[in-house]
Design a protein around this ligand. Sequence first.
Ligand code: SAM
Length: 220
Amino acid sequence: MNPNKELWEKGDFSTLAATMRGSSDALVDELGIAPGMKVLDLACGDGATALPMARRGAEMLGIDIARNLVAAAQARVAAEGLTNCRTIVGDACDLSHLPDDGFDLVVSIFGAMFAPCRAEVARSMVRVTQPGGRIVTGNWIRVDPAMVAQILKLLSDYGPPPPEGFVPPTMWGIEANVLDRFGQAGVPPEAIAVEPPSASSTETGGPPPWPNGSRPASAP
Ligand SMILES: C[S@@+](CC[C@H](N)C(=O)[O-])C[C@H]1O[C@@H](n2cnc3c(N)ncnc32)[C@H](O)[C@@H]1O
């Protein structure tokens, strides 16, 4: 089995996500969601960000590698009777089933950072975003005081050495890496903005909506 899939299906991220509903809502408030907007939530988990966007009228597609989390998202969608939020199992490393320019907005909150194929994910995010659309990612980075970022830092500092070539997820949102990765995917630097950690606290003791290194980018 794909080790990334195996890893995420082992636990139940919903338990943690349930403590962050307020920050997901606050984040979505900043995204300017309008009814009918086509939005992709990549690595959507149990729908933490997808559901608030669907409630605001977006035509949502959520994709996640973990079957249990997609099932949890589907249960939450059904419980709310939302008809504009579809969630499917899929790997961010292979989005070839998605059409070019299919979305007004592509979002990945604490999601794409965990996919091992960094460059491919960025290229796919750009490819499926329509010209003039937006890509928004939220990322935990090592210097973020948020609890989860600090746990990831501890794991990488004190855990067993990773396999050769492994790039820690907490590197995804580092500004230089974001510029490089999305630059190689065709987004000019002037269309990329990296926001520092927000001053607002999350339920997990850190600063989300735009946790460190969150980076809205515009499709070229
Ligand atoms: C920290 S959780 C965040 C979930 C959700 N975006 C949220 O904010 O609650 C990371 C998510 O990334 C998903 N994920 C990890 N690697 C993935 C990949 N290669 N393709 C799709 N999803 C992936 C995991 O299954 C998990 O749901």
